[in-house]
Design a protein around this ligand. Sequence first.
Ligand SMILES: [Zn+2]
Length: 144
Amino acid sequence: MLKGTEQNDDLELRWPGWSGVGRLIWRVVRLRCPYCGRGPVLRHWLGMRERCGTCHRPLQRGEHDYFIGSMMFNLVLSEALFIAVLALLLSFLPPPTPWDALERWIPVGMIAAPFLMFPFAKLTWLGFDLLFRPDRPPRRGRPA
Ligand SMILES: [Zn+2]
């Protein structure tokens, strides 16, 4: 089992440590570059730049269909947003609970949430991948 920042060179995977995970989450929440913590990283809300505006490191890893994995994060983040908003509404709305209004507006929220969470999901996916597969120079004797 890997401990701390110990690396497994055979698998090219490494555990970044909890501080690395916390730093990544903080950068993603602020829609910042996972490498440098600055930006900009978005062209518009639904489009990510090819390179960070500050450090110019690639935000695309050059793999076909790379961001398909971000769909999983988008689903999880959208559901988490839905649960948080519903819990807040049910906690702070005075009785009686307006179930008719909730029945009308919850589907609207469920459609809107994936669009709201889209850039966060893409940056989370990129950051998650970078945590375990950081950019490094290719090793000698290996194809690039
Ligand atoms: Zn950057």
